[in-house]
Design a protein around this ligand. Sequence first.
Ligand code: X8Z
Ligand code: ZN
Length: 606
Amino acid sequence: MRNSVRLAAAIAAVIALASGCSRDTSQTAAAPKESADQFVERLNHELDELGRESGAAGWAYATYINQDTEFLNAKATERTLAYFSSAVEAAKAYDGQQLSPATARALLLLKLGLSAPAPKDAAKRAELAAVTSKMEGMYGAAKYCPKGPESCKDQTQLTDVLANSRNYNELTEAWTGWHSTARPLRTEYVRFVDLANEGARELGFADLGAMWRSGYDMPPDDFTKDAARLWGQVKPLYDSLHCYVRGRLQKTYGADRVPGDKPIPAQLLGNMWAQQWGEIYPLVEPYPGVLDLDVTAALKKQKYDAVRITKSAESFYTSLGFNKLPETFWERSLLTKPRDRDVQCHASAWQMDTNGDVRIKQCIEPTQDHLMTVYHELGHVFYFMSYAKQPYIFQSGAHDGFHEAIGDTVNLSMTPAYLHQIGLTGAVKTSPEATINQQMKQALDKVAFLPFGKMIDEWRWKVFSGEVKPDNYNAAWWQLREQYQGVAAPVVRTEEDFDPGAKYHIPANTPYTRYFLSYILQFQFHKALCDAAGFKGPLHECSVYGNAEAGKRFREMLELGQSQPWQDTLEKLTGTREMDASAILDYFAPLQGWLKEKNQGQSCGW
Ligand code: X8Z
Ligand code: ZN
C-alpha cells in the first residue's frame, strides 16, 4: 500500500499520485491553452514524479520511525496535498466540455485521488499533513510498558499473547495494554477529522465518508445499499459460526466468562481485534486429529525464514504465468523486523515508481498467518506489475476491493492438497470430517472477518458525517462491534479510551470497506478461475496452482487496472456485473449445513 493521506489508493496508483512532484506545484495552475487530453497527459507525468517523492519519504518513515523521517514524510505529504488541490482546481477549466471517456475518467479519479484531501488554506494543509504523519508514527512506535521502560511490549509481542495464550487474565491484560496505547491518538484524530472533512467539503462532497463512498462507479447511496445487501447475504452464515464458537469457548473459559446469550469477550478470539479467529482453531476443531492442518509447526520445523516464505508465495504467482519479482524487490523490501529501531510492522505493499521498483514491508514470522499475509501482499505487487503499462492515473485496482482480493484469491487456492504438495501439511485425506475441519479453519478467518470488515467504516462514516461526535467515539465503536460482530469489550471502557485508534487503519486513515468487499469478491474470482481451469468438484477443493488458463484470465483482469468501471472488469472475468455473496455461500455450504445441525437447541444470537 502506499501511504496514508497520500493517495486514496493506498496501495495503488492514485496514491502514487500523491507521491511528489519535483516541479513547482504552481505549474499545475490552469493552463488554458492546453486541451483536456494534454492536461491529463501532463498530470500523468507529474503525478508519477510526485509519487516517487512521497513513496521515498513514506518508505523511509515506515521503515525507520523517528522525528526526522516523520518531518520529511509530512513535508512530502504536504506537497502532494498541494499538488492535488491545484490540479483539481485546474481541471475545472474543462467542466462542461465534451471529453473522451478516458479523459473524463482520469479527471474524475483525480478528484477522488486522496484518502484525505486538504483544505485550500495553506496552514491547514500543513497541519493535516503533520497530523496524519504523526498518527502513523505513534501507532507504529506504540508500546505498552506496565512497569517502566524495561517492561515494554510492542504490538508484535502483545498480538502473540492474544494468539497463543489461553489464560483469561493474561489475555485481558495484553488486550487492555495494547488498547491503552491508543489513548493519545484521540486528540490527533479529532483534529484530523475536522481538517479532512473540510478538504472533502471544498471538493463538493458532503463529508469525507461521502467522498469515500463515491469511488465505486455508482452513486454513493447505491454503494451504501449494495454493501448492506452483501452483508445481509452473509450474516446468517456468520451467525451460525458465532453461535458454535461461543459454545466452544464456553467450554474452555466457563459460562460465567462466556455467557450463552451475550456477545463474546473480544480478547478470547485469538486476535487483538477479534477480526480473524484462525488462532483458536485448536479450541473449536470439529473432529480432533482427523486432518493435519498445522502449517505453523511445519514452517518452524523446516526452518522457513522470511525469504523462503516470500519465495514460496512468488512461485505460486509464477506458476500462473506472472513474471518473476525483480531483483530490486529482494534488495529493497523489508521482510524481517529490525532489532534496533521502530518500524511500522503492519504489512503493506509499495509501488515506489513506475519503473518496476516494487516492495513489501512485513515483519515476517514463520507462522501460517504470516505465510498467508505474504501471499496477500504479493497480490498487490503482481497487480502493480500487471497494470504498469496503463497511464499513471489508471494504475490502481478496478476498485480498492479488487486490490485487496488478488492475494486472497490465491490464498483460496492454498488447499490442503496444495500445502501438502509444497511440503507444509501431512497427507490429504478426503472424508466428510476432514472437509468440515478444513472448512472450519477457513471460516474462522474468512467468515469471522465479514462483520469486522463492514463495521469499521460504518463507524467512520458516522464520525465524518458528525452523527458520532468526539465525546461519543468509543461508545459508538463498541455499539457497532456488538451489533455487527457480537463481541464485547473485555473490561469497562470510557471516553478516556480511544479503541478505534488501536487498529492500524484508523490512524493510517486507510479506508476499510475495501476489505469487506474483498472478502466477498475473492470467492467470485476464485470460482471464475476454477471454472476457467475446468475444475468440476466442490469450490473449496479447487486450487488453480500451475493452471495456465486461469492465470491468463487473472492476468488479463489485472492488466486493466482502473482504466474502466469495475463492473466491466468484473464482467470480463466472472460474467456478472454485480458483487455477490453466492460464491462464498456456495464455498461454505458444507460447513453451514453442519453448523445448523450442531447449533440446534443452542440459544444463538446476542
Ligand atoms: O491490512 C491488511 C493487509 C494489508 S493491505 C495486511 N489487511 C486487513 C487487516 O489486517 O486489518 C488484510 C486483511 C484485513
Ligand atoms: Zn492488502
